[in-house]
Write a protein that binds this ligand. Structure first.
Ligand SMILES: [Zn+2]
Length: 223
């Protein structure tokens, strides 16, 4: 039985990480985990100094990054897209919470720029994995969202019309922003799980109006 999803790209580079599912037992989540009070914004938190380990949210933001060893950073989602990034040379890692509002504000692209700067690396070396999110198959949006997105074509969030309804792809937008900032196609690993289609494995806020969230986490490959 699958309890947690992993990216072979991040795993083969030595990064301990995971995309939680509804089957994930607490023992699979690291103790020293820093998560954010997520607000669908564009604030990026750089964790430079170790804080007392805890599993609760420690500050407000939608992206977090660190190169501290033996520390894990994470985000919580149920439909929104979790993006984990890693730099194999410095060992720096990042976790980004991508809903449509944050992607419309180009949070994934901004996170790459901040990450490359603080890790002192070139985006072409950064690895990224896109975890489970609601897919374009199921992510219906309103006309208001479509109109908002049309005003900001550079964010890469496109919409598709089917049977008189409008659908959007969070994964396409995030992948577009990462590649626009210089990540190579082979360094972007997309886990094509739809939270709404896979209610057996994943939580979907839209599908179930659940308060439950899945935890995605990553830690430095240096110790
Ligand atoms: Zn779906």
């Amino acid at each position: 039985m699958i309890q947690i999803l992993r990216s072979s790209l991040l795993g083969s580079a030595g990064f301990v990480h995971g995309f939680g599912t509804r089957k994930t037992i607490p023992e699979l989540i690291p103790e020293a985990l820093y998560t954010l009070r997520q607000v669908h914004g564009q604030k990026i938190i750089v964790l430079k100094n170790p804080l007392p380990a805890r599993k609760s949210h420690f500050t407000e933001g939608d992206a977090i990054m660190t190169f501290l060893p033996n520390v894990f950073i994470g985000i919580r989602t149920a439909d929104c897209l979790p993006v984990l990034m890693a730099d194999p040379v410095s060992g720096a890692v990042a976790a980004v919470h991508c809903g449509w509002r944050s992607l419309a504000a180009e949070l994934a692209g901004k996170a790459v720029r901040t990450f490359a700067s603080f890790a002192e690396t070139d985006p072409q070396y950064i690895l990224a994995a896109l975890g489970p999110s609601i897919g374009q198959c199921c992510y219906e949006v309103g006309e208001d969202v479509r109109e908002a997105l049309m005003k900001i074509p550079d964010c890469g969030l496109t919409t598709e019309h089917r049977n008189g309804r409008i659908y959007a792809s969070l994964k396409d937008a995030a992948a577009f922003q990462l590649k626009s900032e210089g990540l190579t196609g082979e360094n972007v690993d997309i886990l094509e799980y739809c939270t709404s289609c896979r209610s057996d494995l994943l939580y979907s806020w839209r599908g179930e109006k659940t308060e439950e969230r899945m935890v995605s986490f990553i830690g430095s490959n240096k110790s």
